[in-house]
Design a protein around this ligand. Structure first.
Ligand SMILES: Nc1ncnc2c1ncn2[C@@H]1O[C@H](COP(=O)(O)OP(=O)(O)O)[C@@H](O)[C@H]1O
Ligand SMILES: [Mg+2]
Length: 353
């Protein structure tokens, strides 16, 4: 079962900011240390790793890829389809890859489209409206209760968020929508601000995906965040101020609720192999899904590693669990294919999608 695993990724250093670009331009992209950690995990399991890098490198090696499977964590560089580019190319070439497909990555990168799926499937998510401009705000915001939060609709890693993103008046709302429209050149997603606590839940698997131990978000030692929240500036300047207690010290009932909703959100948008769902819980204990990340950060300092620790397994173990899900899905795990007997591996892979 030793494989050649291609790694596709975008490094922070791959992007040079232009004069008019925001300071958080490359916030979502990976550090070389994360790529080393992931490669190390696969090598520890006896696989061979081929580092491919970004989509242009993939295209440059198009006729000479020579890999059994690709572990893709490319965030892409621009537009709401940027995460879909690598999976789409690999699909065209018939190369197996780990993680969600192009459609799911497109749906989830656009937080508004993902919310529409959640609402259709009865998954709780904050009430919202979208704003391509700051006209007719009174009408658009009708029915929503201030405070609101104004976010870019297709960014991640708290891009576009500052303390001013939480707004308490129409005037502040207008300023923030204008900022998102102008600086981030996209529609704003305006949501009711959920005052309370914050959690994130990892999910692994296909068919019957499993939720991992719940991670709580603590800021400056506080888990009762109230009106406090994650911003890019905070993350970049005071990373140590944010902690991820796991498993969260919350009731068994809330744990179960968050895990059940996380799996439902994962299935709602058709995630494959792994993902992570971000939540706020209000003062009355009601959970709301903020977003789902089919490409969650896999750095050793990020939440997936804390979930692994809470499960009593290592970083290397959890990374290999993720790729093993893809091996099973594609029928590349011989023992599984054998157990299932008559189903040819390829047909099984298609059936699992
Ligand atoms: N509706 C909301 N209520 C309260 N806080 C929010 C809300 N939406 C976002 N936040 C805060 O902003 C952070 C980033 O928002 P999120 O929607 O998860 O986008 P991303 O992580 O992709 O930047 C969250 O982790 C949370 O701290
Ligand atoms: Mg998030």
């Amino acid at each position: 079962m030793k494989k050649i695993i291609g790694l596709t990724y975008d490094l922070k250093g791959d992007v040079t900011a232009g004069e008019n670009d925001p300071a958080d331009l490359n916030a979502e992209l990976d550090k070389p240390a994360t790529i080393d950690s992931i490669a190390g995990a696969f090598e520890s399991a006896g696989h061979t790793v081929k580092r491919i890098g970004h989509v242009w490198n993939l295209l440059a090696q198009w006729d000479d890829l020579d890999v059994d499977i690709v572990f893709n964590i490319c965030e892409g560089h621009a537009g709401r389809n940027r995460e879909s580019q690598v999976p789409l190319l690999l699909e065209m070439k018939g190369i197996p890859y780990v993680g969600s497909d192009a459609l799911t990555l497109g749906i989830t990168l656009d937080k508004i489209v993902a919310k529409k799926c959640f609402i259709a499937d009865g998954i709780p998510t904050p009430r919202y409206f979208e704003a391509a401009s700051s006209e007719n705000l009174k009408k658009l915001a009708k029915g929503l209760k201030f405070p609101l939060i104004v976010k870019p609709h297709h960014e991640g890693s708290s891009k576009g968020l500052s303390r001013k993103s939480r707004v308490t008046s129409l005037k502040e709302l207008k300023e923030q929508i204008d900022l998102i429209n102008k600086v981030y050149k996209q529609k704003a997603l305006v949501e009711e601000f959920i005052s309370g606590t914050e959690f994130t839940v990892g999910v692994i698997g296909n068919g019957k995906p499993v939720a991992l131990p719940v991670v709580q978000i603590a800021i400056e030692g506080k888990t009762k965040l109230g009106d406090d929240f994650y911003t890019f500036t905070r993350l970049s300047q005071q990373a140590h101020m944010i902690e991820y207690p796991c498993p969260a010290k919350i009731s068994a009932k809330l744990t179960r609720q968050l895990q059940t909703i996380a799996v439902a959100a994962y299935q709602s948008v058709g995630c494959l192999d792994f993902g992570r769902v971000d939540f706020r819980v209000d003062a009355k204990g009601r959970p709301y899904v903020l977003e789902i990340n089919p490409l969650p950060c896999l750095s050793q300092e990020d939440t997936f590693n804390f979930m692994a620790q809470a499960m009593g397994i290592s970083y290397n173990d959890i990374i290999n669990r993720i790729i093993n899900e893809a091996f099973k899905r594609y029928g590349m795990d011989r023992s599984v294919a054998k157990k299932r007997g008559s189903i040819p591996p390829r047909a099984e892979a298609v059936a699992a999608r």
